[in-house]
Design a binder for this molecule. Structure first.
Ligand code: PLP
Length: 381
């Protein structure tokens, strides 16, 4: 049977690394996981209890397409608590993770062939989802002096229909401050490009509070998720905030594409929003891990890193050590027993020279991983 050309997207290389790590573990080796972009912790305990209690009495049928009204209201309240933004709950759409938010946003905003700017390095699935929808991802190579975030000059005259940014970003953990984010929104709007802000790592920030695009403009799409701060990756629940006059468009798409986000996950997510103590304790673990990484990676020989403002990643330029990040990551896995991600996932052009280290796991694992990396690099000479 024939395949569409638009389905020919690239594999997610980190998944290949995970598979290689799994094979090594199956063969009896102990591997430290610095490749995975997910918390080692599970959903907050109270969320599990709330779901357990609800399942006893509720058949958990479909919810309405835009999500449980109580959850939409609670998410709207989060914008008051975190950013001082008074948000109409009607503008909150509950999605099956931010991944479904991308599908809905790209479908609602763009027509086939439209060009959408994304920062490089950046989260790989933006590019692949855009391609699969018949849209054209336009890589904006970012500069170290801009902390690997796009600036308006990067897309001047590129005839974009949209611009997608993330702050804190994956793989760098760098953030856009209010001025930088404001300048990007203004430049995008000035060119008639729709602005999409991926805010999935909000709540995981270490120096300053992340700024939401909604603090600056209502004419933006904001995408977020329960996967990271709320530690609920596999539950597949997230949300999106859209301008008022886009709600009905998204509702029609969501009804047809998804019917609804998983009902059980929505119940757990609502309860998770009341678990601040447990979630903040997770953030404190990441904070400690980040400090260990910033001290330990240079000691191991990975000296070219930008301190991350948020998320749980360090992106390292390893051009002094290798010009083949995929082979280098394989060598590190083989000899150090540490799984790391080659930069090619995030930047097809310059990623040959970069690695991403995740510090989302337990502190003891981070300490052990750094020791192994130091010993491996010493033996490598
Ligand atoms: C920047 C970014 N956006 C979106 C996602 C996808 O998250 P979700 O689990 O909400 O679909 C990830 C996952 O790692 C990510 O790093």
């Amino acid at each position: 049977m024939r395949n569409s050309t638009r389905s020919r997207v690239d594999p997610f290389i980190v998944m290949d690394v995970m598979e290689a790590a799994r094979r090594a573990e199956e063969a009896g080796r102990h591997i430290i996981h610095m490749e995975v972009g997910q918390p080692g912790t599970g959903a907050p305990k109270v969320a599990l209890e709330a779901l357990g209690a609800r399942m006893a009495s509720d058949p958990m049928g479909y919810t309405v397409a835009l999500g449980l009204p109580a959850l939409r209201q609670r998410i709207a309240r989060l914008y008051g608590d975190w950013y001082g933004v008074d948000l109409n709950p009607e503008r909150v759409i509950v999605t099956s993770g931010s991944s479904a938010g991308f599908l809905l946003a790209f479908t609602a905003l763009f027509d086939s062939g439209d060009r959408v700017g994304i920062g490089a390095p950046g989260y790989p699935s933006y590019r692949q989802i855009l391609r699969a929808l018949g849209l054209e991802p336009v890589d904006l190579p970012t500069a170290p002096e801009n902390r690997l975030q796009p600036v308006a000059a990067d897309f001047a005259g590129l005839d974009l229909a949209g611009l997608m940014v993330a702050s804190p970003a994956n793989p760098t953990g760098t953030m856009l401050d209010r001025d930088a984010l404001g300048a990007l929104i203004e430049a995008a709007q000035g060119q008639g490009a729709s602005f999409i802000s991926d805010e999935i790592y909000h709540g995981l920030e270490y120096e300053a509070k992340a700024v939401s695009a909604l603090e600056i403009s209502d004419e933006v799409y904001v995408i977020n998720s329960f996967s990271k701060y709320f530690s609920m990756t596999g539950w597949r629940v997230g949300w999106m905030v859209v301008p008022e006059d886009h709600i009905r468009t998204i509702e029609r798409l969501a009804q047809n594409m998804f019917i609804c986000a998983p009902h059980a996950s929505q119940v757990a997510a609502l309860a998770a929003m009341e678990c601040e103590d447990e979630l903040q304790a997770n953030v404190e673990v990441y904070r400690r891990n980040r400090q260990l990484m910033l001290e330990g990676l240079p000691k191991a020989g990975f000296t070219n890193i930008a301190p991350p403002d948020g998320a749980f990643y360090v992106y390292a330029d390893v051009s002094d050590l290798s010009d083949d990040s995929r082979a280098f990551a394989a060598e590190i896995l083989e000899h150090a027993g540490v799984a790391v991600t080659p930069g090619l996932d995030f930047d097809p052009l310059r990623g040959h020279h970069t690695l991403r280290f995740s510090y989302a796991r337990a502190t003891a694992d981070i300490e052990e991983g750094l020791t192994r990396l130091r010993e491996f690099m010493r033996s490598r000479g």
